[in-house]
Design a protein around this ligand. Sequence first.
Ligand SMILES: Cc1cc2nc3c(=O)[nH]c(=O)nc-3n(C[C@H](O)[C@H](O)[C@H](O)COP(=O)(O)OP(=O)(O)OC[C@H]3O[C@@H](n4cnc5c(N)ncnc54)[C@H](O)[C@@H]3O)c2cc1C
Ligand SMILES: NC(=O)c1ccc[n+]([C@@H]2O[C@H](COP(=O)([O-])OP(=O)(O)OC[C@H]3O[C@@H](n4cnc5c(N)ncnc54)[C@H](O)[C@@H]3O)[C@@H](O)[C@H]2O)c1
Length: 490
Amino acid sequence: MDVSDDGIPGPVAEPAATPDDTRFDYDLVVIGSGPGGQKAAIAAAKLGRRVAVVERKHMMGGVSVNTGTIPSKTLREAVLYLTGMAQREMYGASYRVKSDITIEDLFARTQHVIGREVEVVRAQLLRNHVDLHSGAAAFVDPHTVEVTDDDGRRTRFSGRFVVIATGSRPHRPDTVQFDERTVVDSDGVLALDRVPGSMVVVGAGIIGIEYASMFAALGTRVTIVDKRPTMLEMCDPEVVESLKFHLRDLSVSFRLGEEVAGVDTGPHGTVTRLASGKKIAADTVMYSAGRQGQTADLNLAAAGLSADRRGRIEVDGDYRTAVPHVFAVGDVIGFPALAATSMDQGRLAAYRAFDEPARELAAVQPIGIYTIPEISYCGRTEDELTRDSVPYEVGVARYRELARGQIVGDSYGMLKLLVHVDTRELLGVHIFGTSATDLVHIGQAIMACGGTIDYLVDTVLNYPTLSEAYKVAALDATNKIRAVARFGEV
Ligand SMILES: Cc1cc2nc3c(=O)[nH]c(=O)nc-3n(C[C@H](O)[C@H](O)[C@H](O)COP(=O)(O)OP(=O)(O)OC[C@H]3O[C@@H](n4cnc5c(N)ncnc54)[C@H](O)[C@@H]3O)c2cc1C
Ligand SMILES: NC(=O)c1ccc[n+]([C@@H]2O[C@H](COP(=O)([O-])OP(=O)(O)OC[C@H]3O[C@@H](n4cnc5c(N)ncnc54)[C@H](O)[C@@H]3O)[C@@H](O)[C@H]2O)c1
């Protein structure tokens, strides 16, 4: 077995690359090494194709590894551990692992994990014989890219196919001066020099709420501002209410339905001006008001392509752009813009390019929101089922009634199943609390197989586990359905 420098075992010997079309330097050129680019490159390499990945210096692994998913989730883990937050039900409200948590304590863990992940990505690509080119790529013609490295050196090469996986960056309104110290975006928040005493988070999307809950847990007084009247509107409203309750308990204030007019900075911090005339003073302002596709520097016109106002590229169901040999995957094609989906889009784009048979992605996809506590769901919401006049029943399990919930000290967690009254099919799973983002996959698997809650009723699950919540909720739904069916029986 091949073992790379970092000790990670490699696959059994790869098939030798077979030139596909010698008119081109590579069979596939991938621009960007985030989740979408990585998987496109590896999938093509596994088919024996000659593959190149272009990535900017210090960005191996993409936004996901360097400034997005991985650092934010690692920071959350550091916050949970050092604040002792998850253990307070057991050891009291004042329980802490470290009383004076510094930004260095937090970022040490983040840097460690980023470093490891970068090496894992690099090793995987290299052991699959993918050529790595450092620099920024731009199209010269539909098959050729020019890569400019940090020293200004330029290299050109061509690909029979090209995958654009250049991801996204934070959207920055022109009216706001970002000084990378007091006014930052979700990249800049990872370079703060201290834990702020107070913070305004502009944008109550997933990024904004995740960081708001982390800083609130650290003791920062957080105000969340969003022009929409509700937050996380794709989630179950009961779950969002539970989250809001928890955040309020951590002194978070909400200014929903309010637009930011501007931010003033001075020697003592910042003042955020709202369109309604209100002003909010804070040490730091973090903008998380959407993201922009990274296409401005690609010279798309040379490939015969263009992007929309938010920098996104349009693709068909096979991730093919308007130019048939150019594919695009990941954040650069917009919704759902998740690391999870980007990976599979990359893999499928490579398969489509090289005519490798592959099925489409399953329709039921999970969403995981790493707030404190975390949220996860898949399938439909109560509002959607009501709108579509689908008769459903709700089965609920509360963590406080599960032995494992008591053991881990989670009394607030909840799992909710939405079940079709007639067919008993599982239509939706909504979870709030410890391990929600892992637990959701049980429901997802049942739904993907068209399963009913009878599977859960008839199956023995390990005890004591949080998975037991599925059984409890399935029995609850069964009892309610039976009660309605028996009503009126003599
Ligand atoms: C704070 C935050 C938290 C997130 N948390 C989660 C989460 O918990 N779960 C989840 O599933 N998703 C999460 N996401 C979303 C996830 O990170 C993205 O969906 C994912 O990274 C998109 O992958 P991608 O393949 O499009 O490429 P990206 O990861 O965006 O990487 C694109 C790469 O392309 C490179 N590039 C761009 N232009 C060029 C060029 N011209 N030449 C060469 N290289 C170029 C960039 O340098 C970059 O490294 C989060 C995002 C953020 C910002
Ligand atoms: N756990 C996860 O899966 C995860 C975590 C983080 C990010 N992501 C991905 O990243 C994407 C981007 O997240 P995001 O939170 O930046 O974007 P978003 O578009 O979801 O949210 C932006 C919010 O900012 C608000 N806003 C914009 N301008 C404003 C203004 N001037 N004043 C007040 N409010 C304003 C908008 O109303 C919106 O609610 C997400 O859609 C998601 O796909 C996923």
